[in-house]
Design a binder for this molecule. Structure first.
Ligand code: NAG
Ligand code: NAG
Ligand code: NAG
Ligand code: NAG
Ligand code: NAG
Ligand code: NAG
Ligand code: NAG
Ligand code: NAG
Ligand code: NAG
Ligand code: NAG
Length: 578
C-alpha cells in the first residue's frame, strides 16, 4: 500500500511536470492545432479490399491528445465528393455550439473540397472521449480517440504505464457502408449486418481470412495499465473481458467513478470506459491472454453474434518466441449474448467519484420534468414501393411519437437568428397518451408514428429531468441515448414502466454516474438530470445509428443567459453554408 501510494505521488508529480507547458499557469491556455483530411484509403480486411473513408488515411483515425484547459483547433478538409462533418463526442462545447458537428443541427455539412476549422476549448473535463463523423453513416470508419490529460493528479493509484493506446471497438462491412445505409432507407428494412467487430480496426483471428489482423497490446508483468475503451460500433452494445484478469473501472465518459473491480464490462455505442488492468497472472508459454468483445443482444432482429478478439501479450523473457496458436480460449468471464442481468448489475455499480476535488454536482431540485417514450415504429408501405421491414412495412423510430425528420438547414443558425425556420419548438413534454409502455403486445398494436422536426425550448440555467421510457413496440431494446453539449446524471433506472410516484423515491441524488450516453434498460426506463448551462442547439439521439436514421432523436434549444459569459458568440466566418 505504502509503496503504491509513494509511486502514485511520484508519478503524479512527474506527470504534472510533463503535461504542463513549463511557462504556463492555469490562467494561460495553449492552442493545439490539428489537421484532419477526410480522404479515401484502400483498406483490406477479411480478404476484401475497398476504399474506406478515413481521416488522414488512418483506420481508426488519429488520436487527439490535449491537456485540460487547452484551446483546440481542428481544421477538417473534405477531400472526397461527399459531404461530411465531425463531432467531438462528449466535449462540453461551452459556448462553442458552432463546433459541435452534427449535420443540420449545429452546422451545414462541409462540402467536397471545402474546409472548416472546429474551435473549442476543453475546460473542466479530463479523460477519454472520442470523435467521429456526424454525417450519414460515415462514423463507421471515421472515428478516433480524444484524450484530455488532467491538470490535477489522477485520484487513484496511478498506472505505472499509462498505455495511451486506446481500445476502440468498431464494425467492419465488406461493402461500402453508404450503400448499406441507402439500401436500408430505400426499403425501410433493417440494415445489412456488419461482417466483423473490430479492436482498433482489426477483426482478430476468429473471422475468416483474418489471422494476421490482430491487435496486440504488450504488457510488462507486474505493471498496471490504463485501458481507454471506446465503443465506436455503429449498432451494437458490447461486452468486453480479458481472460484471467479483473478490470477496475475508474472513469466513464470522461468522468471519474468510484473504482470497482469487475470481471467484464458492458459498453454501449457512444460510451467510453477507463479501466485499470494489472498484469499479475502467470502467462503460459505463448505469453498471451485473449481480450474479447461480443454484442449484448436485446433485439430480435438480425445481429451478428460473432466475437472479436485481441491479445494481451506479456513481455516475458526474450525466449518467449512461441507464436500464438489456435484455439484461442475466450475469457471465461465474457457474459453471454443476452445477459441483461450482468448489464444491469454492471451499470448499477457505476457511481460518481464525488470527492472534494471532483464533486458530484447532481441537481437536487428540478425546474422541469420531461417524460419521453423511446420507441420503434412500423409504417404501412407506400403503394408504389417495396418494403423490407417487419410484415413488409417500413421501420421507423420515435421519441414521444415524434419521428425526427432531419431538416435541410442548420437549426443552430436559424435559432441564432431568432427564427424557427426548418423546425418547430414544440417537442411534446409527455407521451401523447399513457399506455402500458412495456406491457403491450409488441406486434399487435398500431405502431405508427408522427413525423416532424420538433425541439424542446429551454431557458438558460433550467434544471431538467428527462425520463426515457422504452416501449414494447416491435421489440423492447436497450437504447444508448446520447445528449450533445451536456453531461447528465443518471439518477434512476429500472425495468417496466416508470412510476412517477414511487420511482423518484429511489433516486440516487448523492453519487449517481455522470456521463453523456445512457444505456436505457431493455423494456425499462432511465431518469437523467442536467443543467441547461450551455446556450445553443443540442441533438439528443439514440447512438445506434440505424435508430437515428429512423428518427429516434430530438433536440433542445438553450437560450443565451444575461451575462456576456453566458451567450452564444456569433457564428465563425468559415461556417459551411447550406
Ligand atoms: C486496393 O488494393 C488491393 C490490393 O492491393 C487491390 O487489389 C485493389 O484493386 C485496390 N482497390 C482499389 C479500389 O483501389
Ligand atoms: C457474422 O460473423 C461471422 C463470423 O462468425 C462472419 O463470418 C460473417 O460474415 C458475419 N456477417 C454476416 C453478415 O453474417
Ligand atoms: C486462466 O483461467 C482458466 C480458468 O480458471 C485456467 O484454466 C487457465 O489455466 C488460466 N490460464 C492461464 C494462462 O493462467
Ligand atoms: C449466432 O447466429 C448463428 C446464425 O444465426 C447461429 O447459428 C448461432 O447459433 C448463433 N450463436 C450464438 C452463440 O448464439
Ligand atoms: C410513389 O408515390 C408517391 C406519392 O404518390 C410519389 O410522390 C412518388 O414519386 C412515387 N414513387 C415512385 C418510385 O414511383
Ligand atoms: C435575438 O433576440 C435577442 C433577444 O431579443 C436579441 O438580443 C438578439 O440580438 C437577437 N439576435 C439576432 C441575431 O437578431
Ligand atoms: C403492463 O403489462 C405487463 C405485461 O402484460 C403486466 O405484467 C403489467 O402488470 C402491466 N402494467 C400495468 C401498470 O398495467
Ligand atoms: C394506425 O394509425 C394510423 C395513423 O393515425 C391510421 O392511419 C391507421 O388506420 C391506424 N391503424 C390501426 C390498425 O389502427
Ligand atoms: C402516434 O402517432 C400516430 C400518427 O398520428 C398515431 O396513429 C398513433 O396512434 C400515435 N401513437 C401513440 C402511441 O401515440
Ligand atoms: C451537401 O450538402 C449540401 C447542403 O445541404 C447539399 O446542398 C448538397 O446537395 C450535398 N451534397 C451531396 C453530394 O450530398
Amino acid at each position: 500500500m505504502e509503496t503504491k501510494f509513494h509511486n502514485f505521488l511520484l508519478l503524479a508529480i512527474s506527470l504534472l511536470a510533463t503535461q504542463l507547458p513549463s511557462s504556463s499557469s492555469s490562467s494561460t491556455s495553449t492552442i493545439k492545432k490539428f489537421h484532419f483530411n477526410v480522404e479515401w484509403k484502400n483498406i483490406t480486411r477479411l480478404c476484401h479490399s475497398k476504399l474506406l473513408l478515413t481521416v488522414n488515411g488512418k483506420y481508426p483515425g488519429p488520436t487527439i491528445d490535449v491537456n485540460e484547459g487547452d484551446n483546440v483547433h481542428v481544421t477538417v478538409t473534405n477531400k472526397v465528393a461527399r459531404n461530411t462533418t465531425i463531432h467531438w463526442h462528449g466535449v462540453r462545447q461551452m459556448r462553442s455550439a458552432w463546433a459541435d458537428g452534427p449535420a443540420y443541427i449545429t452546422q451545414c455539412p462541409i462540402g467536397a473540397g471545402k474546409a472548416y476549422t472546429y474551435k473549442f476549448s476543453v475546460v473542466d473535463q479530463r479523460g477519454t472521449l472520442w470523435w467521429h463523423a456526424h454525417f450519414s453513416w460515415q462514423r463507421a470508419s471515421v472515428y478516433g480517440a480524444f484524450i484530455i490529460h488532467p491538470r490535477t493528479p489522477f485520484p487513484f493509484s496511478l498506472p505505472i504505464y499509462p498505455a495511451n493506446v486506446p481500445l476502440i471497438f468498431g464494425e467492419w462491412w465488406n461493402e461500402d457502408v453508404e450503400r448499406v445505409e441507402n439500401e436500408m432507407m430505400l426499403y425501410g428494412g433493417g440494415p445489412q449486418i456488419s461482417d466483423a467487430y473490430t479492436f482498433n480496426g482489426l477483426p482478430g483471428p476468429l473471422y475468416p481470412c483474418s489471422d494476421k489482423d490482430i491487435f496486440i497490446q504488450t504488457v510488462t508483468p507486474g505493471k498496471t495499465y490504463l485501458l481507454r475503451i471506446i465503443n465506436a460500433a455503429l449498432n451494437d452494445e458490447l461486452f468486453f473481458a480479458v481472460a484471467n484478469h479483473t478490470l477496475t473501472v475508474v472513469e466513464i465518459d470522461g468522468v471519474y467513478t468510484k473504482p470497482f473491480a469487475t470481471t467484464a464490462i458492458m459498453i454501449a455505442p457512444g460510451q467510453t470506459t477507463n479501466v485499470l488492468l494489472t498484469a499479475d497472472q502467470l502467462p503460459g508459454p505463448t505469453g498471451i491472454f485473449t481480450m474479447a468483445a461480443r454484442p449484448y443482444l436485446t433485439s430480435v432482429f438480425h445481429f451478428n453474434n460473432s466475437t472479436t478478439i485481441a491479445f494481451l501479450k506479456y513481455q516475458t523473457n526474450p525466449t518467449s518466441k512461441h507464436p500464438p496458436i489456435p484455439p484461442y480460449p475466450l475469457p471465461q468471464n465474457l457474459p453471454n449474448l443476452e445477459d441483461t442481468l450482468f448489464a444491469a448489475n454492471f451499470l448499477n455499480s457505476l457511481k460518481s467519484l464525488g470527492s472534494k476535488n471532483f464533486p458530484c454536482k447532481v441537481p437536487q431540485r428540478i425546474d422541469k420534468q420531461v417524460i419521453t417514450t423511446i420507441s420503434l415504429n412500423l409504417q404501412d408501405c407506400p403503394n408504389n414501393q417495396t418494403c423490407r421491414g417487419f410484415q413488409e412495412k417500413r421501420f421507423f423510430a420515435s421519441m414521444n411519437n415524434q419521428s425526427f425528420v432531419r431538416p435541410s438547414i442548420s437549426i443552430l443558425e436559424s435559432h441564432y437568428h431568432n427564427q424557427t425556420l426548418g423546425f418547430s419548438p414544440d417537442f411534446p413534454e409527455r407521451p401523447p397518451f399513457a399506455f402500458n409502455y412495456t406491457g403491450v403486445d409488441p406486434f399487435a398494436e398500431n405502431m405508427s408514428t408522427s413525423f416532424g422536426t420538433r425541439v424542446l425550448q429551454l431557458p438558460y440555467g433550467a434544471k431538467l429531468e428527462i425520463v426515457l421510457q422504452d416501449t414494447n413496440f416491435l421489440n423492447p431494446e436497450n437504447h444508448p441515448i446520447h445528449v450533445h453539449g451536456h453531461n447528465f446524471f443518471v439518477v434512476g433506472r429500472g425495468f417496466g414502466n416508470f412510476d412517477a410516484e414511487r420511482d423518484p423515491l429511489g433516486y440516487n441524488l448523492v453519487d449517481p454516474p455522470e456521463r453523456n450516453t445512457v444505456a436505457v434498460p431493455v423494456g425499462g426506463w432511465a431518469a437523467i438530470r442536467l443543467v441547461m448551462d450551455n446556450p445553443g442547439v443540442w441533438f439528443v439521439h439514440c447512438h445506434l445509428e440505424e435508430h437515428t436514421s429512423w428518427g429516434l432523436a430530438m433536440g433542445f434549444t438553450v437560450e443565451s443567459g444575461r451575462e456576456a459569459s453566458q451567450r452564444l458568440p456569433p457564428p465563425p466566418s468559415d461556417l459551411p453554408p447550406c
